[in-house]
Design a binder for this molecule. Sequence first.
Ligand code: HEC
Ligand code: HEC
Length: 341
Amino acid sequence: MSLLLRCFCRASHLPSLAMIGLILATSIAISADPPLGLPSVPVPSDNPMTAEKITLGKQLYFDGRLSADNKVSCASCHDPAKGFSNGDRFATGVEGKKGGRSAPTVINTAYGSLQFWDGRAKTLEDQALGPIQNPIEMNMTLDAVIKKLNGIDGYKTQFKKVFGTDVTSDGIAKAIAAYERTVISGNAPYDKFKAGDTKALSEAAQRGQKLFFGKAHCSACHAGPNFSDNSFHNVGVGMDKKDFDKGRAEISKLSGDTGAFKTPTLREIAKSGPYFHDGSAKTLEEVVDHYLKGGIPNEWLDEEIFNIKIAPGEKADLVKFMTEGLSSPDYPDHKAPELPK
Ligand code: HEC
Ligand code: HEC
């Protein structure tokens, strides 16, 4: 087994894989340890992780040919160099078209029980085909993308090997989702501190941690190993606009969900600004200011959001906890692979 795992890692150039609980195509479970602080990544039984599938999914993730103008890939908006987001307020798709929401990070989204700011996709497999067909993102029909990829020998042979078929939309979704399950960040200073290494966090970050879990009330929603309760809240962002984004309510049809969005992970948060679903906060200081004043008042505001009084120095400590405590030395700094011809 250990030999298998070693080959696996070399083939995909992803050493962190050894840490993820993997299930091989042969359905032999390998119980390898996940990174410190995180549970094993949940893997659906109909899409087991294999080295070849992850390699294929990574190519598709970085390949602009999945878009109408051959230029926009998943990595254009979820760029490893920008915290797997895009560094802009809004996402920019084909021909420079812009949407109204910011690109969330892909890091640890494998732990999410629902995908998108409003949770409209249940799994990463369900999610993956959305942006390809979105007219302001990659703007392709599935038929067109399947035809295009079947015309590339390197893809055709890999799909045969991995799925036993030509290129299909089901295979595209599964391969990309399998790759996304390797975009993981744990083993941060916060995790080491929690595991007993008292030197892992600076004094300021330790003070910030106390605030985060105490007086500042952040862990009411940013809870658990991935700092998300996987739930939806109106924290009073963008609610002063006349035509504000209704968020989760558009999907659930519950008026109580108006202006509610999914609680995002805070892991690697230092890298993925600007922040919030509308990218309205440029810095983490601005995010904290937003919470301290109790968000933008509105009738659907979550009851856990209220005016909080902390000293100016404490504000800096809170930011320090997030930037220092939640940035891992094992950041998944993936580079674009060579693409099939
Ligand atoms: C033009 C920019 C753009 C491109 C290209 C793009 N995305 Fe996204 N992605 C976004 C935006 C914006 C959202 C949030 C949309 C929303 O919630 O309504 C998002 C959401 C997501 C999410 C949900 C994350 C979460 O925490 O809920 C995942 C996963 C994701 N994208 C993966 C992909 C994959 C895989 C591809 C390529 C097939 C891709 N994206 C292409 C902009 C983009
Ligand atoms: C009531 C639940 C709740 C509480 C309490 C809460 N958050 Fe959030 N947080 C969310 C939700 C939901 C979002 C997304 C909101 C949006 O974009 O409209 C979010 C977004 C964020 C973001 C932006 C993440 C990104 O990727 O854009 C940061 C940073 C953040 N919160 C930090 C904090 C801090 C620090 C505190 C404590 C001072 C806190 N949160 C308290 C639910 C909460």
